[in-house]
Design a protein around this ligand. Sequence first.
Ligand SMILES: O=P(O)(O)O[C@@H]1C[C@H](O)[C@@H](CO)O1
Length: 271
Amino acid sequence: MAQTDIRPRIGIVCGSGLGGLANLLKDQVVFNYRDIPNFPQSTVHGHAGRLVFGTLKGRPCVCMQGRFHLYEGYPIQKVSRKMPSMLYHQRHLILTNAAGGLNQDFKVGDIMIMKDHINMPGFAGNNPLSGPNDERFGTRFPCMSDAYDRELQQLAMEVGQELGYGDFLREGVYCVLSGPSFETIAECRMLHRLGADAVGMSTVHEVIVARHCGMRVFALSLITNQAVMDYDSEEKANHEEVLQTGKQRSEQLERLVSTLVTRIEHNNIYA
Ligand SMILES: O=P(O)(O)O[C@@H]1C[C@H](O)[C@@H](CO)O1
């Protein structure tokens, strides 16, 4: 922080292939993760591994161009609790991810506003808040029924409609698995029955920590591929398709996020 005058009010985390968001920032001050002491490294294609400070349409922001995933081998506390600590000092956190569509009404390229999550690793005791609680950050037992800020969801929906995104803007429930293997057909069918609209490998642990710190959270999933749910299907989930869809939709997703950022300030949603 000593190396930049920018004091961000909004933190942004970029999902797979969605790092272009960080390039929108003006007056950039960039730190490569490899140059930050004790910082993990991004090991996944589509995650550049840079912390970018700058202004988005005049609003001071900090952007993680590259996140850490459980499957990269980092302990869950390191992935989510200690490392993006710069982001957790902000009032708002905006997260993006790539996800497989489970909802049969969803199409590849849809943008899903996350209204809730299912934390599968959490069911197995893998929660980022496990371990001693530091009361300076938040309570031992944080509420998660209000994890995704309803005012921000509403605002994003309005922004999306104004931008003409109505045909591909959705809302739904994201289910996180630890990865890195993609899901089996039986797993996808089960997750769908459980109420998940999309499946991915990130975001939820970051959301839990952000809510623990009292941040207001907004998250978007880009449906980069249809989860395979049919034994007759020839489709095979793969990371190349994920990145390709990210490239195709990046411009709209970036416009949605940057307009949302200006509206957060304009509507003075800082309480
Ligand atoms: O960081 P996100 O959640 O966007 O990345 C997704 C999940 C895996 O890391 C990868 C699979 O293609 O994309």
